[in-house]
Write a protein of this length. Structure first.
Length: 381
């Protein structure tokens, strides 16, 4: 479908093309010096001591759980209002997920009070997700984790470049997990990054990323080793040089692109009708503004709103159908769940287009169409 305004769009140009060509011409494709450079650049951006690239954030989340020793008999607290990978990563280890609620209609991140209510002696970790690029309440969540001796994993898929109290999101807990999927702020098609300040965790993640092997093919190519041992049950979760090269170029553009996203959201906040709630007004920290979620007024039809937008060439989406409502989760984790805010807010959520190179005409057109879409959504009920 050709949209007048797609939900997201890549900011790719000659820089990405040349970076890929240069990798192809180097004739070294698997994880090597370009990946090392990408990790170093990401460490400089986040201030994280260790950065390890992987093929996607789902793998990053899985490795984070494995590296922290999460397994059968353990429980991990996760928000239900997130992408399903946040919870799936826990299930891969044999541990159980326990769903926590969000804060309120103005703050769709995991609620510290709800986290506390989910804690029991089996709880081992909390996975927070910085929804839309806005920070969770990390000071409160850190305090809870310290009190109960729990690990914190940050699902940072939405928030490269975002900060809270001057500290990068993804560096507050034990491990941060970033995604470079093609609709993300830093896009490499597929791709992800693990961040940690712990030498011990980094060493473990590094082994787990590549079969538990003590050397890489690249080490042997570079003449640093002849053989290897296998010391962990690891995986092949490696990235490759082509995607790392894309990552380096995208990272250079990230600060300006995030700023542009914030400016577009500020315009939405100023010009969209007040009956539409745009969450995270006056939220602390500096957001990466990955997506722009809005809440429709109660008593409107979300489907009619989205149909109107589609008929007028504007793509919208939903972030997210709550995980506990999916068939697989209902069958395997029927609850009861205590998620009153998630359950009332989620059916009203619609995500509007947001990408750094949106044209003035696209922004004006969207602002013009929203009141008409709202009218259509009211009439159809
Ligand atoms: C919140 C969240 N967590 C995890 C993921 C999984 O990322 P990936 O597609 O890189 O595996 C995504 C990607 O869409 C996401 O939005």
């Amino acid at each position: 479908m050709i949209w007048k305004i797609p939900l997201a769009d890549l900011d790719y140009d000659n820089n990405e093309e040349n970076a890929v060509l240069s990798v192809l011409r180097s004739k070294w494709l698997t994880m090597g010096s370009v990946t090392a450079q990408f990790e170093q650049d990401f460490a400089a951006m986040t201030g994280s001591k260790h950065c390890l690239s992987v093929s996607n954030a789902t793998e990053a989340l899985h490795l984070a759980c494995v590296a922290l020793g999460i397994g059968p008999g353990d429980e991990v607290i996760v928000p239900s209002l997130t992408f399903v990978a946040t919870a799936n990563a826990v299930l891969y280890t044999g541990a159980k997920v326990v769903f926590a609620d969000i804060v309120c209609p103005n703050d769709l991140t995991i609620s510290p009070a709800s986290i506390e209510a989910c804690i029991n002696p089996r709880t081992k970790a909390i996975i927070v997700m910085h929804y839309a690029g806005y920070p969770c309440d990390m000071p409160a969540i850190l305090e809870i984790a310290q009190q109960h001796n729990l690990y914190i994993i940050e699902d940072a898929a939405h928030c490269p470049g975002a900060t809270l109290d001057g500290k990068a999101l993804g560096t507050w807990g034990e491990i941060g997990c970033f995604s470079f999927f093609s609709n993300k702020n830093l896009a490499t098609g597929e791709g992800g990054m693990l961040t940690t300040n712990s030498d011990e965790i980094a060493a473990k993640l590094k082994l787990l990323r590549s079969h538990g092997m003590t050397t890489l093919t690249y080490d042997r190519h570079a003449g640093h080793a002849y053989t290897y041992d296998v010391v962990e049950l690891g995986y092949n979760y490696r990235i490759d040089e082509i995607r790392a090269a894309l990552g380096i170029e995208q990272l250079k553009k990230l600060p300006a692109n995030n700023q542009h996203r914030r400016e577009i959201v500020a315009r939405y906040r100023k010009h969209l009708p007040a009956e539409l709630t745009i969450p995270f007004a006056d939220h602390p920290g500096i957001s990466a503004c990955h997506i722009c979620p809005v809440l429709l007024p109660a008593g409107t039809s979300r489907k009619a709103f989205q149909d109107y937008m589609k008929e007028h060439g504007i793509q919208t989406s939903i972030h997210y159908p709550p995980i506990h409502t999916f068939s697989y989760y209902r069958e395997h984790f029927p609850g009861p769940h205590n998620l009153p805010i998630t359950e009332t807010i989620a059916p009203r959520e619609v995500t509007l287009p947001l990408f750094p190179n949106m044209s003035e005409e696209q922004i004006d057109y969207l602002i013009e169409q929203i009141p008409l879409a709202l009218q259509a959504a009211k009439i159809s009920l």
